[in-house]
Structures are given as structure tokens and as C-alpha cells.
Design a protein around this ligand. Structure first.
Ligand SMILES: Cc1cc2nc3c(=O)[nH]c(=O)nc-3n(C[C@H](O)[C@H](O)[C@H](O)COP(=O)(O)OP(=O)(O)OC[C@H]3O[C@@H](n4cnc5c(N)ncnc54)[C@H](O)[C@@H]3O)c2cc1C
Length: 344
């Protein structure tokens, strides 16, 4: 019997962080209409920003530094220290930490020679030019201004040992009929989703905006019917609510697929939208019901709904309770709440 020596090779697994802080500069500012202002951010560090595939409704955090100060060193806060970086940021003095808000990447060119991101800001300002800190910042932004973006690490997107970045909610699975509905804050996400949808996907996209001058061209290969809903003098969400009810009639979401009926569904549990965020999104594996769970002759359906929380809550009740849509087929997201700031 020979004596054998087993060599145990110790390999250290380097796990890429999923999220990084990117110090970026405003490269360009472009008004897209009375409501939207596109801000292009650039910076060599953005070469490390990205997800695998299209950004879809990719969300990021934008940290606007306090006036006249550089803002916190978020790169170090994300890299070093115990526990959550977000809590460490919250623990900073208000005049030191700046303002953090959530936005969508409208377009990413981070894999190009000059890495850039476009973000479309809604300028929700009163007649005196006052609004939230992010809207006010966007309204006065000029090239050279600096912010910090917290977003996905491109290296982690390619790395088998890293988890998935949690900032994309649009997960239609194999759905061939989609319903996309949102107010102006969801326009960047819906536009990016439509640009990425393939030919065989149909359905409806409803985008409610303050004015007809906010309508923008959207290129899509899909056969989704895009309808802009200028609000005019109507209340926030009224046009969106009516359009969704018209497209998805009771009984039966299957009207989108053009056949059959289903009955009403269960009462969704109440969400106190003034205390919590309305955020109900199915997981990837749940996003499309198996064929056996669908009424005969219908095709997989998926809905994505975002905007002011009370409007989204109303549509959630309608779709889940009245129409009977399975909650595994709908993402409901309160992007903002009337009368409440996003963060302390
Ligand atoms: C995942 C996600 C993605 C988002 N993507 C975008 C995006 O791409 N573009 C975009 O513009 N917004 C987007 N939003 C919404 C944005 O984060 C909020 O509108 C945010 O409140 C703006 O911050 P603020 O500092 O301007 O206002 P805050 O300080 O948060 O709020 C101040 C006041 O303004 C009100 N308010 C906030 N937003 C609006 C609004 N749009 N219209 C009218 N009143 C408002 C609040 O109710 C509050 O009374 C997104 C939100 C989420 C959760």
C-alpha cells in the first residue's frame, strides 16, 4: 500500500460586490418637454456600471450632495464597515449626507468609449419653482455638476459567484401579452422596456403625463399598442385608471389575449400607502403561469404597473379582486406617494 499525500488546493473565492458607488458629472442637460428633463451623466468609473442584458426598469439611487459641500464618500461606505451601508449613510448628519432618491436608467451607454447614462427627471415644481430636492436639483443642473450614483456592478453581472442585482422588476417570463401602465415617473422605465421587447410580444402600454407636449417617440419592435394619456385638467391617475379598466375588462384579463373569460379574484390585503411602500413584484420563476393554470385558448399575460401609490393601489384592487388576475402575473410598484417625500 502506497502512502499518498492529498494536496488540498485552497482557492479563495472573490465575490464581486453587486452594487457600487459611481461619482459622476453632469455632461448634458436636455428638456424633453415641460415635464421631463434628461440629464446625461458621464465618468470613466461608469465603465464598471451595468447589468447583463437590457436595463429595462433598472433602478438606481442618486445621491445629491449638500449645497456647497462635496457629499459623503459613498464608495468607502459601500466597501468598508459593518452592516448596511444605507444605515451608515442615514446615520450621518443631515447636512453632511445629502439627498438620496430613486430613479430609472433611461439609457445606458456605459460599455462605449465614453461611458454615459441618461436619467429622465420629472420636474414636479410649483409656480415658484419649488418641489422636492431632486426635482429642484434637476431643474437647475448644469454640465459639470457632480452627484453619486449607486448602481449595479458590471463585473458582478458577469460573475457566477455574485448574486443578481435586485434593481430590475420587469420579469415577464414567457408572457406574450403585456400590460404596461404608469404615470410620468414610470415613463423612463416603460420606454426602456418597450425598446427591449421582442417582435412576438403584444398588449398595451399606457403612459399618463401632465401635458400633450410631454409625449415622446418610443421605438419598439414589439406589437404593443402605445397610448399616451395627457392629463390636462383631470386628477392624477384618472386617465390611467380608465384606460386600464377599458383594456382589461371584468371578467377576465384574458381580453388582452382576445379570448375567454375568468371570474373575480380574492381581496388583496390592504396596504397602508402612507406608512409603507406599495411594492408587490413576482419572483422570476413565478412570472408566468404554467399553461394548465390558464383558461383554455389564452396566452401568458404579465402586467407591470408603477406610479403614484394610491393610483397603483386602485389598479391593484381592480386587477386582483375584480378581474381575478393572478398576482404572480403582476408587478405593482408605488414609485412615489402624494404628500410624502421619498426619504427622511
Ligand atoms: C424604482 C423607482 C424608479 C423611479 N424612476 C423615476 C424616474 O426615472 N424619473 C422620475 O422623475 N422619477 C422617478 N421615480 C420617482 C421619484 O423617485 C420620486 O418622484 C421622488 O419622490 C422625487 O424626489 P424629490 O426629491 O423630487 O421629491 P420628494 O422630496 O421625494 O417629495 C417632495 C414632494 O413632492 C411630491 N412628489 C414627488 N414626486 C412627485 C411627482 N413625480 N409629481 C408630483 N409630486 C411629486 C411628494 O409627494 C412630496 O410631497 C422613481 C421611483 C422609484 C421607486
Amino acid at each position: 500500500m502506497t502512502d499518498t499525500t492529498r494536496t488540498v488546493r485552497r482557492t479563495s473565492v472573490v465575490t464581486e460586490p453587486m452594487v457600487l458607488a459611481f461619482d459622476v458629472t453632469v455632461a448634458a442637460v436636455q428638456d424633453l418637454g415641460p415635464t421631463f428633463r434628461r440629464i446625461t451623466f458621464s465618468g470613466a468609473c461608469l465603465a464598471g456600471f451595468g447589468v447583463a442584458g437590457a436595463p429595462l426598469d433598472l433602478r438606481i439611487k442618486i445621491v445629491i450632495p449638500p449645497a456647497g459641500r462635496p457629499g459623503p464618500d459613498l464608495a468607502s461606505m459601500l466597501r468598508d464597515g459593518e452592516g448596511s451601508w444605507y444605515q451608515r449613510w442615514l446615520d450621518l448628519a443631515v447636512e453632511e449626507r445629502g439627498t438620496m432618491r430613486t430613479y430609472t436608467v433611461r439609457t445606458s451607454r456605459c460599455d462605449g468609449p465614453r461611458p454615459e447614462l441618461d436619467v429622465d427627471f420629472v420636474l414636479h415644481l410649483d409656480d415658484d419653482g419649488r418641489g422636492g430636492p431632486a426635482a429642484e436639483w434637476a431643474a437647475s443642473a448644469t454640465p459639470g455638476d457632480r452627484v453619486c450614483i449607486i448602481g449595479p456592478n458590471a463585473a458582478a453581472a458577469q460573475c457566477a459567484t455574485a448574486g443578481a442585482y435586485g434593481g430590475i422588476e420587469f420579469r415577464p417570463g414567457l408572457a406574450q401579452h403585456v400590460l404596461l401602465a404608469g404615470d410620468e415617473t414610470a415613463v423612463p422605465a416603460i420606454s426602456a422596456i418597450l425598446e427591449a421587447l421582442p417582435e412576438h410580444v403584444g398588449g398595451h402600454a399606457f403612459l399618463e403625463v401632465p401635458s400633450a407636449r410631454d409625449v415622446q417617440p418610443i421605438a419598439t419592435r414589439s406589437s404593443v399598442a402605445i397610448r399616451w394619456l395627457p392629463r390636462g385638467g383631470a386628477g392624477h391617475g384618472e386617465a390611467l385608471d380608465a384606460a386600464v379598466r377599458d383594456a382589461v375588462r371584468v371578467p377576465g384579463w384574458v381580453s388582452l389575449a382576445g379570448a375567454g373569460t375568468v371570474g373575480g379574484g380574492s381581496e388583496p390585503e390592504e396596504v397602508d400607502i402612507d406608512r409603507t411602500i406599495l411594492w408587490e413584484t413576482p419572483q422570476l420563476h413565478e412570472a408566468t403561469l404554467p399553461a394548465t393554470a390558464r383558461p383554455a385558448g389564452t396566452q401568458p399575460f404579465y402586467a407591470w404597473i408603477a406610479g403614484e401609490a394610491a393610483v397603483v393601489r386602485g389598479l391593484r384592487r381592480y386587477l386582483v379582486r375584480d378581474v381575478g388576475v393572478d398576482r404572480r402575473q403582476v408587478a405593482f410598484m408605488g414609485y412615489w406617494r402624494k404628500g410624502r417625500t421619498e426619504l427622511p
